[in-house]
Design a protein around this ligand. Structure first.
Ligand SMILES: Nc1ncnc2c1ncn2[C@@H]1O[C@H](COP(=O)(O)OP(=O)(O)OP(=O)(O)O)[C@@H](O)[C@H]1O
Ligand SMILES: [Mg+2]
Length: 206
């Protein structure tokens, strides 16, 4: 069975595309991975184009959205172990279809109240579709901000991954080159965080 991971969050700039790309690279060490970019901004498509221009092995890739989306998801499921879908910063019909298809919905949240508020909408949508969802704390440096958001998440009882990604320049630098942090700096703090995240997701989806 293909594991489908939908990365969704209405809040712009929370880290959806970054998370999708880095998870794809990390999963690809052991699994056949496909990517589906349903965000009209097409940042993930740009990242993937850089990747293939740099002679890295391509992922199964599509940026098909709209009425063809359900068939495209079925097509990418075939022949891949993991399908990661990057969605736009609003919940439209396409994002709903992605969430409906998901084995797991990942919702990146930066340590800010608007990120957490927006995440609640995505959590509700996943619950409506009866899909498991987890918040992923992203760009979270140790300190009061992070402590505060972690306390809020716990108080509200929102499901989350224990693994957290810090605010890591290496992640942004790797992305700009069409790469993932586990390729460019696997033993860096960011690389270790990403691998811990991957292990946790594998545990939830096997
Ligand atoms: N863990 C991180 N460390 C450092 N920078 C990060 C991290 N995660 C994301 N970023 C940076 O934050 C910005 C927004 O990230 P990204 O584009 O992945 O968000 P998004 O949710 O996909 O945005 P949009 O809603 O516009 O699609 C980018 O400049 C990215 O490089
Ligand atoms: Mg994006």
């Amino acid at each position: 069975m293909t594991v489908v991971i939908a990365v969704a969050q209405q809040k712009g700039g929370a880290g959806k595309t970054t998370l999708a790309a880095n998870l794809a690279v990390a999963f690809a060490a052991t699994r056949r991975v496909a990517l589906l970019d349903i965000d009209p901004q097409h940042s993930l498509a740009r990242w993937h184009a850089l990747r293939t221009a740099g002679k890295r092995a391509p992922f199964g890739f599509s940026a098909e959205a709209g009425w063809r989306l359900p068939a495209e998801i079925d097509k990418l499921r075939r022949g891949h172990d993991v399908l990661i879908i990057d969605s736009p910063p609003q919940i439209d019909t396409d994002a709903r279809i992605a969430i409906r298809a998901a084995t797991l919905v990942l919702i990146p949240v930066q340590p800010s109240a608007p990120d957490l508020w927006a995440a609640e909408g995505t959590l509700k949508l996943a619950a409506d579709e009866r899909r498991p969802a987890r918040l992923v704390l992203n760009r979270a440096a140790a300190g009061k901000l992070r402590d505060g958001i972690e306390a809020d998440i716990a108080r509200l009882g929102h499901p989350r991954l224990a693994s957290v990604l810090g605010n890591r320049a290496g992640i942004a630098t790797a992305f700009a080159q069409g790469l993932g942090i586990t390729e460019t700096a696997p033993r860096s703090a960011a690389g270790l965080e990403l691998r811990a995240l991957l292990a946790e997701i594998e545990g939830l989806t096997r």
